[in-house]
Design a protein. Structure first.
Ligand code: HEC
Length: 131
């Protein structure tokens, strides 16, 4: 009888441990889903802002060739005003979506992820604000 009780107790403890660990796993998944940005399976593209969301992408993938001191093709992207000029003339969306008639950017690199392109599009659709 004692053995049966011990076995039952062991089963209950193991079950509780499993519940705790599956619970903490789902919390991690929730946290991951809340993060904005590049990577991961989720992609938040609502209410995107220049400084928080767009500038880090341009910095990572474009500053290598497009800063004021080293402006490939005469194009610098390292400030809000300079990036906005490329939005207003239509070039930014053309080059990052690899539209025909535009040189594909980043030149020699792979296309930006759909997530990053959608982040930039959302920012433009909200009026290309300096936010
Ligand atoms: C490895 C260097 C390199 C990287 C990285 C790069 N570019 Fe360029 N970019 C160039 C060169 C060179 C030109 C001029 C090419 C031409 O006119 O055919 C250019 C031209 C452009 C132009 C002008 C297009 C036009 O029609 O006049 C824009 C806009 C642009 N790049 C945006 C970007 C953006 C946005 C990124 C990042 C996603 C980026 N570039 C990354 C080298 C680069």
């Amino acid at each position: 009888m004692k053995k049966v009780l011990l076995t039952l107790a062991a089963i209950i403890i193991v079950c509780n441990l499993m519940m705790v660990s599956s619970c903490s796993k789902s919390n991690e998944a929730d946290l991951a889903a809340d993060t904005t940005g590049t990577g991961g399976s989720s992609c938040d593209t609502v209410n995107m802002k220049y400084a928080t969301n767009v500038q880090p992408i341009i910095s990572s993938y474009c500053y290598g060739c497009h800063t004021t001191g080293a402006a490939s093709g005469g194009v610098a992207l390292d400030s809000y005003a300079k990036l906005k000029a490329q939005v207003d003339n239509g070039n930014l969306i053309g080059v990052i979506t690899h539209a025909s008639g535009y040189p594909a950017m980043p030149q020699g690199g792979s296309k930006l992820s759909d997530c990053n392109i959608n982040i930039i599009k959302d920012w433009i659709n909200r009026g290309t604000q300096n936010n």
